[in-house]
Ligand binder design. Sequence first.
Ligand code: ADP
Ligand code: GLC
Length: 488
Amino acid sequence: MTRILFATSEVFPLVKTGGLADVSASLPEALCKLGLDCQILLPGYPAALQAAREAGSRRKTRFRYGQYDIALWQTRLPGTPVSLWLVDCPALFDRCGDSPYQDEKGEDWWDNAHRFHLFARIGAMMALGQLGLSWQPDVVHCNDWQSGLIPVFLDSAQHPPKTVFTIHNLAYQGLFSQETFRALGLPDYLWRMECLEFHDQLSFIKGGLVFSDAITTVSPSYADEIQTPWFGYGLDGLLRHRAGHLLGILNGIDTRAWDPEQDPWLDFHYGPGHLKNKIQCKARLTQELGLEASGAPLLGFVGRLVEQKGLDWLLAVIPPLLERGCQFALLGAGQSHYHQRLQELARDWPRQLSLTLGYNEGLAHRITAGSDLFLMPSRFEPCGLNQMYSLRYGTIPVVHGVGGLNDTVFDPLEETAAKANGFVFREPTPDALLRAIERALSAITNKKAWRRLQDNGMAADYSWKQRAKEYATLYQNLLTGDGRLHND
Ligand code: ADP
Ligand code: GLC
């Protein structure tokens, strides 16, 4: 049985800032269902250790590393049979607040480089069998910059396991000063453009991009895009150089948690072929949010309120749409200037626009079910999960045709009626977004055509079942060493 160590800095439901947490829970579980032995490695944040204690789990080993007292716990990811290892290092991970990366004021922890350097060290030691555990992986699967140094440490070892590095978002690179590089005690040879140095800074993500056996990213379109200067954040040259080892595999979703037929966050349920109750979900949502029961089109948005998600474009199109009577259900948290502008709109249009700042799992489900349209005008989107949730809930997505949005949402102007499931704009401007929304609003009036779009979205398979097989094949190909990334 192939053994995989899945190293990640967040996993749902223990700690989550975005889609990485969802993927880190559902992909390992899907891999285990395929018969692989996939175990997760996570920093020992307070919430994770608390869950481990409550589950009656124990420390597997204790040791000292440099100045740090460390323990390794083995438990299970809540609600799953998946094994979860926690790197318990109170000096680095016992921090207050919900974010794994920032303090309560929203500032990055000053010692993030030290925190994820240690995480990577312990991951590498575990993978090399240096911690006296009875389990050792054949492949270490790393995710984003926080685990980027693991392939670096494994590269200099004898008989290392294979390494896969997945880019969930190239915009976050883990950049630190040269002083930090020295303070971490990394060997001098790594301070080179071909290794970890990036414009005079230490780049954690380059560890994964340079030293891993294979690089994946979370959609085929994003795999192409990141090889261009526009989306490459200065790393496109390196990614072109490694193109033969780079593969795009579309994310799946947790189809149990996101199922309109039995979603515990909803009062009314519906599904493919029986959408009657979707209208009840809308009525209940407008009531919950204090919006006027006018039957006007309801446009939903759930996500981080940051530039990536196209907030500027959204802010430009909301006023004219409000003038036309549209309603909005917005949920998110992020940069304060976006909070302010959205709060002003909510104040001026209380019966038409509802804004909920913060993280709210239940409301995310109710907005997904109760809205007519779901907006994702992302400037770039490595994969995006919300458009797949909304497709599954018969809520028509309006998206910018980039990354995973381009691979999952199909516009009637570009695709056959048998495939179309949403509206896509391609020009990166608020005008293009507005035109796509207008097309969607006029399509709503044609009940039959609208239902066809909904049916197409709801019929498709967004589960991990097939998509996890692509990872399984990749691991196998790395282990048999035939150099191919997939079976094409
Ligand atoms: P990203 O990882 O870039 O934030 P994704 O679409 O991959 O984007 O995943 C975001 C995940 O976080 C989804 O599961 C989404 O529902 C969830 N999410 C984002 N913001 C909120 C929020 N304010 N409340 C509840 N869930 C949220
Ligand atoms: C990142 C991306 C998002 C993707 C998620 C999970 O946060 O921004 O597009 O869906 O990772 O891979």
